[in-house]
Design a protein around this ligand. Sequence first.
Ligand code: URA
Length: 437
Amino acid sequence: YNVVTLIRKKRDGEVLSEEEISYLIRAYTDDKVPDYQMSAFLMASFLNGLNTEEAAYLTKSMLHSGIVVDLSETSGLKVDKHSTGGVGDKLSLILAPIVASCGVPVPMISGRGLGHTGGTLDKLESIPGFTVDVNLDRYKEILQKQNLVLVGQTEEIAPADKRLYALRDVTATVESIPLIAGSIMSKKLAEGIDALVLDVKFGSGAFMKRHEDAAELAKTLVGIGEEFGKQTIAYLTNMEQPLGNAVGNWLEVKESIDCLNGGGPDDVMEITHLLAGTMIYLGEKASSVEEGIEMSYQAVDSGAALQKWIDIVEEQGGDSSFVKDPESYPKAESVTPVKSDRSGYVTEMDAFALGMVSVELGAGRRAKEDEVDPQAGFVLHKKIGDNVEKGETIATLHTNKEEMLDAAKKGIVEAITIRDIEPKPLRRITHRVDKDG
Ligand code: URA
């Protein structure tokens, strides 16, 4: 095939065949197609879309750019969860140990921050010593021993996605249903799972901001999962404001530890228990999602989930003293309050803008090669529906880039709308999507 012809076809809105898509992905993975041609193809796909068949072919090609891991050494149905990405979304850190402690093996391969969103790998690496780069043998060994493994994509797992993900991040081609679906499902189908739970976000902090687009994405993801023979359940959850209070790598790990200790914000725990309960059900350790949710609550109450978290941190080389005593973690050079300039109720938050503030404070990347600062980010003291007095602290910024403070304060104040009238409560979870619709 001539790559220029394939780009032109997509540019002109034509439909590509399975062979054409598979050729392009293979040639890119083999370094025969340069980034600039792939960028042009991604933008053409972004603008003109890919139909359901093309999205499935893309997923298949990306999946087969690497291997499909065989996890049969570990008994039981393996279940994972993946989120389409949000701000303050630390749910994986809480639900993975919960579900593993309930007897369901969780082989979790996560990503780094993308655009304004955070990534599980960057959060895990804020724990000194924690390593997310392991080879395949070690991946299987950790799962076998702990019933849980929390790592990044190895070279063998969906290498096409690894490269396309980094390219999309810097070419403004993230927010596309087929590209997101191919990216998520190729990774998840490669890791050796039997079933999958998807947390599909909508709202200002999500990639699919409109509810109807998120619903379409959920349907596409579930359709691909089922086509590959994996039971897949998706929930549409609210990302109109950050999840919980903490945004930033270590700050989110710390909030997750609070959650595993039985505290933590209500919004975080409500969605965590639903997703965890669904995973426990799909792993056949509960006969219904409701029973799974009950088990999830018990895993936190009994301390079993926290113990599993300590075990996995130690297994993967992390210093668990910070898990046992989060206050001992070193603080950023600057810890600064942001005050409200008026009284009223918080009625809206621009979660995208808040995510960008966190990136500017050092918690995310602006270029592919940037390092993230584990200490950077902020903690919100007010969420939608809360009452605020003028001069009250609405957020606390944590940063080692003091020069960013003024812009970050302004960013926070502008991203939080305060009005006189109390808003309607947000619906945290709106829909469930499974093979029956
Ligand atoms: N998460 C992924 O893994 N891929 C995307 O494209 C978006 C969110």
